[in-house]
Ligand binder design. Sequence first.
Ligand code: KIV
Ligand code: ZN
Length: 394
Amino acid sequence: MSRIYIFDTTLRDGEQSPGCTMTQSEKLAMAEKLVDLGVDVLEAGFPIASEGDFQAVDAVSRHFPWVEVAALARASTGDVQYAARALEHAKRPRIHTFIATSDIHLKYKLRKSRAQVFDDAVSAVSLARSYTDDVEFSAEDATRTDPDYLEQICWAVVEAGARTVNLPDTVGFSVPEEYKQLISRMVNCLGDRATVSVHCHDDLGLAVANSLAALEAGARQIECTINGIGERAGNAALEEVVMALKVRNDRLPFETKIHSEKLYATSQLLSSFITFGPQPNKAIVGENAFAHEAGIHQDGYLKEPTTYEIMTPASVGVPETRLVLGKHSGRHALKKRAEDLGFSLSPQLLDELYARFTHAADKKKGLRNEEIIALVHDVLDSAPAAEPVSVDSL
Ligand code: KIV
Ligand code: ZN
C-alpha cells in the first residue's frame, strides 16, 4: 500500500488566519500533540513574517529534534537565510520556499515577468540546498498557472535540488478531476526525482476531495491542518483526509502514520487555544459527528451501530456516541436513556414517560439528563401504587 506523508501546517497556514493566533507556549503544546498524533512534517512557522514565528520554529526544532520541522520562506535570499537560521537547531530541517507562478499573481502582486519568477525560484532552491538537503518548493496559485510554464519551473527547481514539489490550489478554485489531471502531468514530468505534494484550500468546500483526487494521480504528500483551519475558508482538514483513507481504504489504498484515535483530543486542544472550535456538524470532530436525534436513526443505531455509523467514535477518540433526546427521538432511545440513568420502567410507564417527553421536547431543542430524571419522577409519582418499577441505581 502506498504511504502518504502528512505535512501539517496548523502552526503556519492555520495560525496565520483570523482568530487563530497562538502564544509560544500554546504552539509548543500544539506541536507536541501533533508529533504524538504522528504527522510526518511539522511546518512550525514563516520566520521572516514575525519574531513570534521565528521563535516558534526555533523552539519546535529544539524540543522535537527527531521531527522533520519545516519553515516557510518566500523565494528570496533574505527569507531563505532567515528560515535557515530559525532551523539552526533542527536535526531534520526542511526549508519550504515558494513563489506565485500564475499570470494574475505575476502581473498584479509580484510585478515580475515569468523569466524573473523562474530565476527567483531556482535561486531560492539552490540557496536553500546550501543549508539542507530537504528543500520543498511551492508554486503558489499552481492551479491558475499555465501548465507548460508550471512544468518548466517544476523541472528546474528539481534540477536545482528540491526534493518535494508542492502544487497548491491556493484559492480553492480547482475541482477534483481537473486537479487530478494537473497533478498527473507533474508526476509524469518529475517521475521519482521528487515527491509531488498537494496543498488545497477550501473556498468551494473541495479541499479534501481535491487532495484525495491528487493521490490517485500520484501525489504522495498532503498538506493539511487540524479542524481545517487556514487562510479564508481554510485548508484540507487533516482528520477528514486521514479518516477517508482509513474508512474507504477499499477505494483509496493509501496509508498514513497518523494515530487516528488521537484526532479528537488534538482537535479539542487546538479549539482551546484559538477563538473558535469546529462547527457542530463538522466531519469527524464536530460535536454532532457521532450524535443521533431522529427516532429512526436512534432505533437503528441501538439495534446495530453500523446502521448509521461508518466508523466508531473510539476510532477517532470521541468518548462515545451521543443519543440526543429531542423532539425527533423515539421510544427506543428514551427507554435506553432511562435505563442508563438507572430506571427500568414497565411498558405502561414507558408509554406515559414517552407522552410527557414528546410534549416537553416539542418546546425545547433537547432534554438534559436532569430533565429526563424529573419526568421519570413525575411519571412514578402519578403511577398507581401497584405499577411495577425497579430502580437499579440512583
Ligand atoms: O496556499 C498556498 O499557496 C500556500 C503556500 C505558501 C504553500 O500556503
Ligand atoms: Zn495555503
